[in-house]
Design a protein around this ligand. Structure first.
Ligand SMILES: CC/C=C\C/C=C\C/C=C\C/C=C\C/C=C\C/C=C\CCC(=O)SCCNC(=O)CCNC(=O)[C@H](O)C(C)(C)COP(=O)(O)OP(=O)(O)OC[C@H]1O[C@@H](n2cnc3c(N)ncnc32)[C@H](O)[C@@H]1OP(=O)(O)O
Ligand SMILES: CCCCCCCC/C=C\CCCCCCCC(=O)OC[C@@H](O)COP(=O)(O)O
Length: 378
């Protein structure tokens, strides 16, 4: 093991990275709260400020992936579409197989300059994840309970709010609704069979309600759907823990730009369109398995320095007082102060472990583990 790799795997490094993340995150969350009085007076300005504040948090995780773990992200797409990325509002559809797929998504957002404004339809539970969930509240993320009876109104309302959003954004939808597991795959293929739909090998059956309501409510605002399929080289199953340990992965993302106008307005046709899309996505995954690459030319956006600069800013601001405090504690601290400080460190470490746990598939929800049945109300 090289010296650098050894250093990256050391607990003390993780502690310092997490310390910067936690403290800067809390500072940013506090600043976001301070923008509350601005919302009724100058909503657009409040939104713009919150984009930038949010960037301070999410870009730290991007910096971790790009600069700490050195993970490479390759984009397969056609040059015509490439020119529009980051310059229009888009709905992004992504497969949901990996623990760090959201992070790779963020990396591409950063490279196209839309990380601060990026949005997602996220499960409600994530709203309670400290720092990230709180930040999302101010970034107008659309939360769903994955209970259509309750979501149909709240989701549509949150999406309508984005109609006058002042900056270009990407809205991410994991239409499968949950991460891929063998069990969930098996169940969803039983559902596919009862619906007379072709079986998918690499995806769960997409849930169509969220997609249709998104297209319906963002029509006129969003110009395209980016059909994105992500995979990792060498059959790797990347984890956030691995990234924190400095492990390098190689992500391949295949993106097709589909004009929104070409998506049917009728709900049943829109749902059928999405099912066809997933059948195509399945073929791209199959090709990747067979050949090790996606179709189409490679057109990777360059890595930008801003995520690293942001991290260096927070690190230089927060690590100096941390070291001063540590030295003072060591030389002059009373036993209760030292014990209290150690307790805070342990607490912070447990909190970060819990947050990382939110990304782990093994600890995922039971959503999709059985066939859900719903009374027909629509
Ligand atoms: C150039 C570069 C391009 C791209 C770069 C890539 C990405 C970057 C973009 C942006 C980044 C931004 C942010 C990323 C950051 C972080 C993201 C992190 C995490 C958030 C992710 C999540 O939380 S995913 C979970 C939440 N989201 C969703 O669930 C969305 C999808 N779900 C839906 O749309 C659902 O329809 C719903 C949630 C709206 C409602 O769900 P509900 O279950 O109540 O109802 P459904 O109608 O969906 O379900 C019933 C129907 O489904 C059938 N059924 C029953 N059982 C099953 C089963 N096991 N599997 C499949 N289907 C099943 C049932 O028969 C019903 O069928 P109907 O015919 O009656 O509809
Ligand atoms: C600068 C580095 C800081 C390192 C410390 C990192 C600590 C922060 C860690 C994680 C932040 C939480 C991000 C939450 C994003 C989780 C995305 C996700 O994948 O959610 C799963 C959801 O789609 C489906 O859930 P289920 O499969 O149904 O269950």
């Amino acid at each position: 093991m090289g010296l650098l790799r050894w250093i990256k795997s050391q607990f003390i490094c993780h502690l310092l990275i997490c310390y910067v993340f936690l403290v800067s995150g809390l500072v940013v969350n506090l600043l976001q709260i301070c923008t509350l009085p601005l919302w009724p007076v100058h909503k657009q300005l409040a939104r713009k400020i919150n984009c930038r504040l949010g960037y301070c948090i999410s870009s730290q995780m991007v910096a971790l992936l790009e600069w700490w773990s050195g993970t490479e992200c390759t984009l397969y797409t056609d040059p015509e579409s490439y020119r529009l990325y980051g310059k229009e509002n888009a709905i992004v559809i992504l497969n949901h197989n990996f623990e760090i797929d959201f992070l790779c998504g963020w990396t591409f957002c950063d490279r196209f300059g839309v990380l601060g404004t990026s949005k997602v339809m996220a499960k409600k539970e994530l709203a309670f994840v400290p720092l990230i969930g709180w930040m999302w509240y101010f970034q107008e993320i659309v939360f769903c309970k994955r209970k259509w009876e309750e979501d149909r109104r709240t989701v549509a309302r949150s999406l309508q709010n984005l109609q006058d959003y002042p900056e270009d954004f990407w809205f991410l939808l994991f239409c499968e609704g949950t991460r891929f597991t063998e069990k969930k795959h098996q169940i969803s293929m039983q559902v596919a069979e009862t619906k007379g739909l072709p079986k998918l090998r690499h995806h769960l059956l997409p849930r169509t309600k969220g997609f249709c309501v998104t297209v319906q409510n963002l029509r006129g605002k969003v110009t395209a759907v980016y059909d994105s399929t992500l995979n990792f080289r060498n059959n790797e199953t990347p984890t956030l823990r691995g990234v924190l340990n400095g492990k390098k992965y190689h992500a391949d993302l295949y993106v097709r730009r589909i004009p929104l106008d070409s998506i049917p307005e009728d709900e049943a046709e829109c749902a059928a369109w999405l099912h066809r899309l997933y059948q195509e996505k399945d073929k791209f995954q199959e090709q990747y398995m067979q050949t090790g690459h996606f179709p189409g030319p490679v057109k990777s956006p360059p890595c930008r320095p801003w995520a690293l600069i942001n991290w260096l800013f927070w690190a230089s601001l927060l690590l100096y007082p941390f070291f001063i405090l540590a030295v003072q504690l060591f030389y002059a601290g009373s036993t209760p102060t030292i014990v209290a400080t150690i307790a805070v460190c342990i607490g912070a470490s447990v909190a970060v472990r819990w947050m990382i746990g939110q990304t782990e598939i093994d600890r995922g929800s039971s959503y999709g583990n059985r066939k859900s049945t719903r009374k027909k109300t629509d």
